[in-house]
Design a protein around this ligand. Structure first.
Ligand SMILES: [Fe+2]
Length: 307
C-alpha cells in the first residue's frame, strides 16, 4: 500500500496483532499533505476497512491535517455513511465533524462503546487531534474482546452470571440533559421518544426534574463479527450531567470480584494514545472501547461518527 507501516511507543499486541495499527506517509517524496492522505484513503479504502476489522484501531500519523475542514475531507474519503444523532451534546464544526465531550478536561471519561445505550449506535469513530494537550488528555483505547477473554480467565463465574441473569442499568440524567437529548421538555413526549430511540425499557421522572432511563435485563456481552465484547459498562460513574448505576437484573449488586476484575483488566490492557497534532485515529466501535484521560487545556480533539 502507499502508506508506510509505522509504530508508536504505546502500542500493544493482542493475538499477534498490533493495537493500534499505525500508518505513516509514503516513504518517498515527502508526500504528507492532507490532499495526499485523502488520495491514499480513497485508493486504499478496502484495505483500510480490513485493517480496522483486524486491529480494532488505525492511527494515521504524520500527515498535515490542519483543520476541521481538512479532517472532514479525510472522513469523506472513506466513503462511509454518516451516523446522525442530534441529541448528543456536541457542536458541528465542519461537515460531519463535531466537538468531542464538553466535559471539562480535568474530568476522566470512563471506558465505553460510543452510544451503546442508543438503539442504533455508530459502528466507526474517527478522532482527530487539532491541538494536543500540554499535559495528559490522551484518548485511551482497549479491545473489548480482550476484556471478555480475561474476565473468562479470571472470574468465569461472573461471566456466566452476567450472561445468565443480565444487568439492569439506570442512566440518571439531569433535567437539562434529558431535555437536550430528547429535544423536548414535555415528559410524555420525552418518554415516547426515549422508548423509540434509546435502547431502554422504561423511563421514570424524578421529583428534582431529572429522569431515570432504565435498561434491562441486558446481557452486557454481545457478539459482533465473531468477537465477544463487553458492550455495556460495568463500572458505574457519576458526572455533572448524568450518573449510571448498574446491578444484576434482579437488583442485586455486582460483587466486588466482578468490578475489581474489570478495573484491573482495563488498567492492564488499555493503550493511551499520546496525541500529536494532525493525528487521525479510526476506532471500530463494535470491538473497541475508548476513554479520555484527564489533562490540561488547551486540547482540541474532534470526532466524526459513521454507520
Ligand atoms: Fe465517547
Amino acid at each position: 500500500m502507499g502508506f508506510t507501516e509505522g509504530h508508536v511507543e504505546e502500542e500493544r499486541e493482542f493475538h499477534g496483532r498490533v493495537f493500534p495499527k499505525t500508518l505513516l506517509p509514503p516513504s518517498e517524496g515527502g508526500r504528507n499533505s492532507c490532499g495526499e492522505l485523502v488520495e491514499l484513503v480513497a485508493e486504499e479504502r478496502v484495505r483500510l476497512s480490513e485493517l480496522l476489522g483486524e486491529h480494532g484501531a488505525v492511527l494515521l500519523r504524520g500527515f498535515a491535517v490542519g483543520s476541521a475542514e481538512e479532517f472532514s475531507s479525510v472522513v469523506e474519503a472513506f466513503g462511509w455513511d454518516e451516523y446522525v444523532f442530534d441529541g448528543a451534546n456536541r457542536t458541528e464544526v465542519a461537515e460531519r465533524v463535531y466537538t468531542a465531550s464538553a466535559a471539562p478536561l480535568h474530568v476522566v471519561i470512563p471506558f465505553h462503546h460510543e452510544m451503546a445505550m442508543i438503539k442504533e449506535f455508530p459502528r466507526k469513530i474517527f478522532f482527530y487531534c487539532l491541538q494536543p494537550a500540554p499535559e495528559g488528555g490522551q484518548t485511551s483505547i482497549i479491545r473489548s474482546d480482550v476484556i471478555v477473554e480475561k474476565l473468562q480467565e479470571k472470574v468465569p463465574q461472573v461471566v456466566e452470571k452476567l450472561e445468565r441473569c443480565g444487568l439492569k442499568t439506570i442512566l440518571r440524567a439531569r433535567r437539562e440533559s434529558w431535555q437536550r437529548m430528547l429535544k423536548t421538555d414535555d415528559r410524555a413526549e420525552a418518554e415516547k421518544r426515549a422508548l423509540e430511540t434509546l435502547a431502554c425499557n422504561s423511563v421514570q421522572f424524578n421529583s428534582d426534574g431529572g429522569a431515570d432511563f432504565i435498561y434491562g435485563p441486558i446481557n452486557p456481552i454481545k457478539e459482533f463479527n465473531g468477537n465477544k465484547v463487553l458492550f455495556n459498562i460495568i463500572l458505574g460513574y457519576e458526572n455533572v450531567e448524568r450518573s449510571t448505576y448498574i446491578t444484576f437484573a434482579d437488583g442485586s449488586p455486582l460483587p466486588s470480584d466482578a468490578t475489581d476484575a474489570v478495573s484491573k483488566i482495563i488498567d492492564e490492557n488499555n493503550v493511551d494514545i499520546n496525541w500529536q497534532k494532525g493525528d487521525v485515529l479510526l476506532v471500530d466501535n463494535l470491538g473497541v472501547q475508548h476513554a479520555r484521560r484527564p489533562g490540561k487545556p488547551p486540547r482540541t480533539v474532534l470526532v466524526s461518527l459513521s454507520r
